[in-house]
Design a protein around this ligand. Structure first.
Ligand code: HPA
Length: 243
C-alpha cells in the first residue's frame, strides 16, 4: 500500500475519502497526527501530515521514527514524501516540482535510526541511492502522462532548521553539490530504508534559497507557492495510485 507524508501546504488531502482516523502509539512514541486511511479512485492510501494536523511540529522535533513505524504497521510499503524546499540550482525556480535522487544530511541531534537496542552489524543499511529507483521512475512516468513537469534528479540538502539558512550557508551547500534545500528528508529517508519501505520525495520549490534573490524569504511566499502547486501534486498522487 502507498503512504503519503504531507509537508508544508499539505496537511490535508482533499481528494482523499477518509474512512478511518487511526491513533497509534508506537515503540517510539506518538506519530505527528492520527493516520488517515482512505481512498482515491478506489485505491487505498494512508496519509500523514508530517508537521501535525495544524502544522505545529517543527522539522527538528518531528518523531520520524514513530511516523514511519506507524505507516509500516498499517501495511504501507511505498512512501511518497511531499516536501517544500528552497531552490539552489537555477533550474529550480519557485513553483517547479522536482524528484531528487540524492541527499546530503546536515541535520544533528535527531533520532535517526530505529535501532537503539538490538543492533547488529547486518543492520547498516546501504544508502548509496537514498531514493527508491522504481518508485522514482513511476513518479516521473506518471507526471509525464499527466503533462506535469517534474525535474528529474538533484541533491536535496537537509538542514536542521527551523530557521532558514544564511546566504553563506547556501553558497556552501551549492559548493557541496546541493540543488535544493529543505529540513525533513533526513532522517525520514533513512528510517524508511531501515524499515524496508520504498521512499521517494516530491519536492515543491517554494522559494529561491537564501541570498539567491534580492528578496527576503517569507513564510507567506512559501505557503503561497506550495498552495499553488497543490493541484499538480494531487494529480501526481492520483496518477501514482491508479497508474
Ligand atoms: N530552506 C530550507 N527549507 C525550506 C526552504 C529553504 O529555503 N524553503 C522551504 N523549505
Amino acid at each position: 500500500m502507498m503512504g503519503v507524508i504531507g509537508g508544508s501546504g499539505l496537511s490535508r488531502l482533499s481528494s482523499l475519502k477518509i474512512d478511518e482516523q487511526i491513533q497509534l502509539d508506537t515503540p517510539f512514541g506518538e506519530p505527528s497526527a492520527p493516520l488517515f486511511r482512505g481512498w482515491i479512485d478506489k485505491k487505498p492510501l494512508i496519509f500523514l501530515p508530517r508537521h501535525g494536523e495544524y502544522h505545529t511540529i517543527p522539522p527538528h522535533l518531528i518523531n520520524y521514527r514513530a511516523n514511519l513505524w506507524a505507516m509500516h504497521h498499517l501495511g504501507v510499503r511505498q512512501v511518497l514524501a511531499v516536501a517544500a524546499v528552497g531552490g539552489i540550482n537555477p533550474e529550480l525556480a519557485p513553483g517547479s516540482l522536482a524528484v531528487p535522487d540524492q541527499i546530503i544530511d546536515y541535520t544533528w541531534g535527531r533520532e535517526s535510526s530505529i535501532y537503539t537496542a538490538h543492533f547488529s552489524a547486518d543492520k547498516h543499511i546501504d544508502f548509496t541511492h537514498p531514493y527508491d529507483a522504481v518508485l522514482r521512475g513511476r513518479l516521473l512516468t506518471t507526471a509525464q502522462t499527466s503533462q506535469i513537469k517534474l525535474v528529474d534528479g538533484g541533491a536535496y540538502a537537509v538542514t536542521q532548521g527551523p530557521r532558514l539558512e544564511t546566504a553563506a550557508e547556501i553558497k556552501r551547500l551549492a559548493r557541496d553539490g546541493a540543488d535544493m534545500v529543505g529540513m525533513t528528508a533526513m532522517p525520514e529517508a533513512a528510517i524508511a530504508r531501515e524499515l524496508e519501505m520504498a521512499y521517494v520525495t516530491l519536492a515543491i520549490v517554494a522559494n529561491h534559497a537564501a541570498g539567491l534573490s534580492d528578496k527576503l524569504i517569507t513564510v507567506a511566499e512559501i505557503q503561497q507557492t506550495t498552495t499553488d502547486a497543490m493541484t499538480q501534486v494531487y494529480r501526481v498522487i492520483q496518477g501514482l495510485l491508479t497508474g
